[in-house]
Design a protein. Structure first.
Length: 329
């Protein structure tokens, strides 16, 4: 019997052409899933076209209510606008379509379904709270979880750590899912030590909003930019001191960013902020022993000047578009 696959079918040129192509090149039994999210298409005409182009079966999913309540309203509440300009259109419906496409694949016995067996054994990471996936399941420290029904492909897994006001994904690992097989991944550090640190160079009377220590590799992977360096841990700095979770043996760079209270007009539209103070140190972590002690000297970071409109009035936020417009005027 031919293998079954489920195709998200819209009735457009691309999806209509791909049905015969999949049959001719791979001999697949193609099941077309038509998602009705209120786009106004003639569903009966789309179903008829799917059969004419070679679908063995057509499944229509009415996703209007789920799309509206679970995706549209949350996006509107969040003000989800791409690059502060473009409203989300077609892309907003893709997650709910993909979700039901997988459900149809399971019901129909489609071949291309895999499983991730994510084994979490991380008692030595006290701040580790859990693992997130697209479906948002939570994993308690020391537990494990099975994430079912993933299509074959390459996936990234990471643990989410909170450090004061900040949250980062650490220990990213790649998992390859093959059809009908199970993959395993875990965040386990059997050897190594923690790193304890203190920061200096900041006046004790300086008002600090938040401070975070982040652990990166001392040497970046080939072609990797510093701002996208892998993260192994992130912890809050309190009263000028911090202590990481257990780190595997190796050489790391520990970077500390310190933020002072800042008015909203100084924050980039993306929400990203430059730290007011920054410092880093390289540390060698042994396989066993007590926490490694380090001291990091903090340095003041220069801030970009607030752009001004003609006449000296400040422009709210660091928005390059408004800055160019002000200069043009």
């Amino acid at each position: 019997m031919p293998e079954k696959i489920v195709l998200a079918y819209s009735g457009g040129l691309d999806t209509s052409i791909i049905i015969p192509w999949l049959k001719e090149n791979y001999a697949y039994d193609v099941i077309a899933m038509v998602a009705d999210v209120g786009q106004g298409d003639d569903v009966e005409a789309v179903v008829e076209k799917a059969y004419k182009t070679g679908a063995s079966k057509v499944v229509v999913e009415n996703l209007r209510e789920e799309f509206l309540t679970g995706y549209v309203w949350p996006a509107l509440k969040a003000g989800a606008v791409y690059e502060n300009k473009y409203l989300l259109g077609t892309s907003l419906a893709r997650p709910v379509i993909a979700k039901h496409q997988v459900e149809v694949a399971l019901r129909e016995g489609a071949t291309a379904v895999g499983t991730v067996h994510l084994q979490i054994k991380s008692w030595e990471m006290p701040r580790f709270k859990g693992v997130d996936s697209m479906d948002r399941p939570k994993v308690n420290n020391g537990s494990e979880i099975v994430i079912d029904h993933l299509a074959p492909g390459t996936y990234d897994l990471a643990r989410y750590v909170e450090a004061g006001h900040h949250g980062l994904f650490a220990d990213r690992t790649t998992v390859i899912i093959e059809a009908g097989k199970t993959a395993e991944a875990g965040f386990v550090r059997k050897e190594g030590t923690a790193v304890s640190g203190k920061i200096t160079g900041i006046d004790e009377n300086e008002k600090i909003e938040s401070a975070i220590a982040v652990v990166h590799p001392a040497v970046l992977p080939a072609g990797e930019r510093a701002m996208f360096a892998p993260t192994f841990d992130a912890v809050e700095v309190k009263d000028g001191a911090f202590k990481t979770s257990k780190l595997s043996p190796g050489t790391y760079t520990v970077q500390v960013d310190v933020y002072k209270p800042e008015p909203p007009s100084q924050v980039f539209r993306s929400g990203w902020r430059m730290p007011d103070y920054q410092g880093n140190a390289t540390v060698n972590v042994p396989a066993t022993g007590e926490a490694v002690q380090i001291v990091i000297e903090m340095k003041s970071m220069a801030k970009p000047e607030e752009p001004k409109e003609p006449g000296g009035k400040e422009v709210g936020g660091l928005d390059s578009t408004r800055r160019r417009r002000g200069l043009a005027e």
